[in-house]
Ligand binder design. Structure first.
Ligand code: NAP
Length: 496
């Protein structure tokens, strides 16, 4: 591992001046109640990037009032108009991709190249759902008895609360906002407290394209629970879409039960990465680098457990270790950085505890295994071998650049160990055997499977998990259904 310490003139400085610092409610930028603000930090240095309005529960309710007031007109806005606005948003995101990437890197820490990748990925949801907006349709047919006609239609579910995490500050927002708007729902977005700047800048872009007031409202806050709970209990809210940890997801599901809200839950993962004895090892190592070290391992789909056939384990481990040793750690905006800082001290402490626990259970550190240098929250990219059953790192999301390697002897063992988790978000498998790949698709308990592929995310695909990784899907043709209700009418037989 080499540490990048030179930091070029900050690209972010110019972009950050364009970020609004207030709440976006009803089409206006407003200060928080009492003028309260909170600081947004650069995880690479610990420095304050900006002070942002800190919404109170009353501010949150004002945002819901604005969303509710805009709901009917937005639902009745022709789908083609909603579609065109989303397409305009896509175009403007492309135009401002450098600013968006710089803001994201500044507040979240990911390398600029990855931030640009997220702008491309996040932008795609706007384009995809611009197309889906005009394809909402129903059906018409005779009932089986032939005594009437059944008309099935879909309509927007209503105002939605969208709660997003910090690890993909743009894409997690567009993955929710785009299908909601396409379906005809208005929204209140509560971004993560660590990364509100990207969301506020994106709201500015929506304002620029002329999105009607109140359709999208953005309320950063330090008091997520206190601001969101009254909205979730409010009868005007009809939908809750959350991306974040399974623990918070459970709490929100309990709260949503009282209001019988439609919910989408994109929760935590514990992805297995399987390497079979017939795998193309070059491809497997390339895939492992993506699945594990992209975003510093801070992805819900990140490979959390490497299960490698014992016949190829030594070779795979040696090649992976060489690649990991060459990774350059540094501020996201410094030239040549491959891995940026973790989001905060708590994240570093968690990684440190999981690595220490694995080592205490007998794991060996092939590379890395310690905090990085400097004032920021860095962790050295790490490979652990011989990770023993019962180590916490095999059952908890590490959410950092640590590859924990174990071995297996048979396909049955690999499948049963891969499934031995309450999570079921993503899995990866490297094999040249097509029949095996098909068996894995049927046997692995996962919402998404990468077959000889280290990334599964795509705006055109249904992203989501099974088991305790969540409910519902984002993206694909499935994504818009999360924001639509189904209504049905029976008419008398017109010929009778
Ligand atoms: P988190 O702590 O659950 O927070 C996620 C969001 O929920 C943040 O905006 C947070 O606000 C908010 N929040 C926290 N407590 C809340 C409450 N009581 N009521 C309402 N909102 C509340 O998760 P995170 O640490 O930001 O993100 C990492 C987790 O997200 C990992 O488990 C990862 O796997 C998961 N994730 C899942 C997906 C997916 O698609 N399945 C994608 C990305 C991430 P604050 O920021 O103010 O705490």
């Amino acid at each position: 591992m080499t540490v990048v310490d030179a930091r070029p003139e900050s690209l972010a400085a110019a972009a950050l001046t364009a970020v609004p610092r207030d709440l976006f409610i009803g089409g206006r930028w407003v200060a928080a109640e009492g003028g309260r603000t909170f600081p947004v930090l650069d995880p690479a240095t610990g420095e304050v990037l900006a002070e942002v309005a800190d919404a109170s529960p009353a501010d949150g309710l004002a945002a819901l009032t604005a969303a509710a007031a805009a709901q009917e007109a937005w639902a009745q806005t022709p789908a083609r108009v909603r579609s065109t606005l989303l397409r305009d948003a896509f175009d403007l995101v492309q135009q401002r991709r450098h600013e968006l990437a710089a803001i994201m890197t500044a507040e979240m820490g990911k390398p600029l190249a990855e931030a640009r990748g997220e702008v491309a990925y996040g932008g795609e949801f706007l384009r995809w759902f611009a197309d889906e907006a005009v394809r909402i349709s129903g059906r018409y047919g005779a009932n089986p008895e032939g005594t009437g006609r059944m008309i099935v239609t879909h309509r927007p579910v209503g105002p939605a609360l969208l709660i997003t995490p910090w690890n993909f500050p743009l894409a997690m927002a567009t993955r929710k906002i785009a299908p909601a708007l396409a379906a005809g729902c208005t929204v209140v977005l509560k971004p993560a407290e660590a990364t509100p700047l990207t969301a506020l800048y994106f709201a500015r872009l929506l304002e620029e394209i002329g999105l009607p007031a109140g359709v999208v409202n953005v309320v950063p806050t330090l008091s997520a629970g206190a601001v969101c709970a009254p909205l979730i209990a409010d009868r005007r809210l009809r939908k809750l879409s959350f991306t974040g940890s399974t623990g918070v997801g459970r709490t929100l599901l309990r709260q949503a039960a009282d209001n019988v809200l439609r919910t989408s839950m994109e929760l935590g993962g514990n992805a297995p990465f399987l390497v079979f004895e017939d795998a193309d090892l070059d491809a497997a190592v390339d895939g492992a680098m993506l699945a594990k070290f992209r975003n510093g391992g801070q992805a819900c789909t990140a490979a959390n457990r490497f299960l490698v056939h014992e016949a190829v384990a030594a070779e795979f481990t040696a090649r992976l270790t060489d690649r990991v040793r060459a990774l350059r750690v540094g501020p996201g905006d410094a030239d040549g950085t491959d891995v940026g800082p973790l989001i905060d001290d708590r994240a570093v402490a968690k990684v440190e505890a999981l690595v220490a626990d694995a080592v205490a259970h007998g794991a060996e550190v092939a590379v890395g295994g310690a905090r990085g240098d400097g004032p920021g929250t860095f962790w050295q990219p790490t490979v652990l071998t011989n990770v023993a059953p019962g180590s916490r790192i095999l059952s908890e999301e590490v959410f950092g650049p640590v590859a924990a390697i174990t071995t297996f002897a048979s396909e049955d063992e690999a499948v049963s160990r891969a499934n031995d988790t309450e999570f079921g978000l993503a899995a990866y498998a490297y094999t040249r055997d097509l029949a095996r790949a098909q068996r894995l698709l049927e046997r692995l308990e996962t919402g998404m499977l990468g077959v000889n592929a280290g990334i599964v995310s795509n705006a055109a695909a249904p992203f989501g998990g099974i088991k305790q990784s969540g409910l519902g899907r984002e993206g694909g043709v499935e994504g818009i259904a999360e924001y639509l209700d189904t209504s049905y009418a029976l008419t008398a037989d017109p010929a009778a």
